[in-house]
Design a protein. Structure first.
Length: 542
């Protein structure tokens, strides 16, 4: 079975914050799990270096789009690596191969009769002497009355055209734009209405699309699909490969989502491995993103794929709700955010992965709280998991010179571990990662109770075999926990591998115990509670 996982492409216009990682982390957990199962996996993403937000940042800082894109792409790549993300390819949309493949994609849609030319009216800023990208136009949403960009209202999720906005303003200078005529290519979106209705019906009955994706996509289809421009008068991006349109660019909503396919092509050319197993109707494809990206993955991308003759509809839509920060909406402009590079400078990457999984906005908005983050580390990672490993391994070092007793494993614990692989695997494949991680930690607590009730520190003095059976069973549990938790907490699992000398890279019960433990060290350190007040004060700028 081939598994394709596409993580949403963050705009390279500013550092990643915890909301970004909360939305993208499920992709890495799913990828690592399927690799452990022995499946063929292709996991790709990249930095969106052509989007309008980069142009806005460059204008604000008086520098070039390339300078901004280079800075943040490099930072993203490093941040994901330090978080333990295992992309097979993390690329960028200003890459020459991406441009070449997107142009091929565009020409395929054109040959298949899905694109046509149309003269339209578009916002033009006289002051800045340019047609305005959709995100350069701001105003009032005609549906809900909230402030909105020209491409989409974040308040009511309506997909917009800039001309729909009331009280339009140029984002660059604040002046109201003129409306001028220009010619563009349009995608015959309406012709895919019935095909997409059938897809959503099938996914709502049998698929792995999250409920927010089903509900929002159904709403768009009820409203009826409208044809959309696929080219724009922009200074940056992928040039249109058609005579007379060379100065125009392929619009980001088709160019960016096509990145999943172009990254796959780039990976294929680099490795010599075929792309076909990952792009057909039988592929298990997971698309991982925030809910603001739902229509691009459930409506636009399936239509584009179909129009290009690629039968690979999304198998799973892993669309997270929003994460707030200390009960307030994350705001990068107001610096109300926890920036991930800063977080990684101080805290264990598994602490970040654990908290953002246990508090993931899978079905509703959730909150990042410094108090909860630090308490979860101390009570769960250190107090439960780290404690089980440390007390077992340290006792073996102290009383058995690090030798693991060769004793039968408790049959009840063995049975529980066998069941754990099945239930956790089902949860991960359904993208129910919070539930899966909770299930594993219930077993961690079970093993701590087992250790307490069996009291090996007492039994070792009076009943050696009893103590040895307890410790052998605890080592058995720990090494299977390391394997079960590897997709979630790869760094601590690697720490246990170092201490046991065994690699945990499968998805089945490991019954063979290590002979000797080595270099036994704690997995986690306690975070002092004073940090809570320090971090909140720093967040508030105090």
């Amino acid at each position: 079975m081939a598994v394709f996982i596409g993580g949403a492409w963050p705009y390279a216009n500013g550092s990643l914050h915890v909301g970004h990682v909360a939305a993208l982390l499920p992709g890495d957990v799913i990828a690592q799990y399927f690799r452990q199962k022995g499946e063929e996996v292709l996991y790709v993403s990249g930095s969106d270096c052509n989007g309008t937000p980069i142009s806005i940042r460059a204008n604000q800082e008086g520098t070039t789009v390339k300078a901004i894109a280079d800075k943040y792409h490099t930072e993203f790549d490093e941040t994901f690596r330090r978080l333990g993300f295992t992309y097979d390819l993390y690329t960028r949309t200003d890459d020459a191969d991406h441009h070449r493949f997107v142009q091929e994609f565009f020409l395929r849609l054109l040959r298949n009769g899905h694109l046509y030319k149309k003269t339209i009216e578009q916002a033009y800023c006289v002051n800045d002497a340019q047609f305005l990208p959709d995100r350069f136009v701001e105003g009032i949403c005609p549906v809900c009355g909230a402030r909105a960009r020209g491409d989409q209202c974040d308040t009511c999720s309506t997909i917009l055209d800039p001309l729909d906005l009331l009280e339009k303003q140029c984002k660059l200078c604040g002046q109201p734009p003129e409306i001028r005529e220009t010619e563009h290519f349009y995608f015959a979106f309406h012709t895919f209405q019935q095909e997409l209705e059938k897809l959503v019906k099938d996914k709502s009955e049998h698929g792995k699309w999250r409920d927010n994706a089903i509900q929002l996509t159904s709403r768009y289809l009820r409203e009826g699909l409208l044809d959309r421009a696929v080219t724009r008068d922009l200074p940056n991006g992928v040039s249109v490969p058609v005579e007379g349109f060379e100065d125009k660019k392929i619009y980001v909503w088709i160019e960016a989502v096509a990145g999943y396919y172009t990254a796959s092509r780039k990976w294929s050319e680099a490795t010599g491995k075929p792309i076909e197993p990952f792009w057909n109707r039988d592929t298990k494809s997971y698309y991982v993103h925030g809910k603001d990206n739902i229509p691009f993955h459930t409506v636009i991308w399936p239509a584009i794929l179909s129009g290009a003759g690629i039968e690979a509809p999304p198998y799973a839509i892993v669309s997270n709700e929003y994460m707030t920060l200390e009960k307030r909406k994350i705001s990068t402009s107001q610096n109300w955010a926890v920036w991930v590079p800063d977080l990684l400078a101080t805290y264990h990457p598994d602490s970040i992965r654990y908290f953002l999984t246990m508090n993931a906005p899978e079905a509703r908005d959730t909150d990042f709280s410094w108090r909860e983050f630090i308490y979860s580390h101390n009570s769960e990672l250190l107090g439960a998991y780290g404690n089980l490993v440390n007390r077992t391994f340290k006792f073996l070092v102290k009383s058995f010179d690090g030798q693991v007793p060769e004793r039968p494993i408790d049959s009840g614990i063995l049975q529980e571990v066998n069941l754990l692989y099945k239930s956790v695997g089902v949860g991960i494949e359904a993208a129910e990662l919070k539930k899966s991680l909770e299930t594993i930690f219930q077993f961690v607590r079970t093993m701590n109770r087992y250790f307490d009730e069996r009291q090996p520190w007492v039994a070792v003095k009076s009943n050696g075999p009893h103590a040895e059976e307890t410790l052998a069973t605890c080592v058995f549990a720990i090494q299977n926990l390391a394997q079960l938790l590897k997709p979630f907490l790869p760094f601590s699992s690697s720490g246990i591998e170092d201490m046991t000398g065994i690699r945990y890279d499968a998805w089945e019960t490991i019954e063979t115990l290590p002979k000797t433990l080595r270099n036994v060290t704690p997995l986690f350190e306690r975070i002092e509670l004073e940090r809570i007040e320090d971090e909140v004060s720093k967040l508030k700028g105090e």
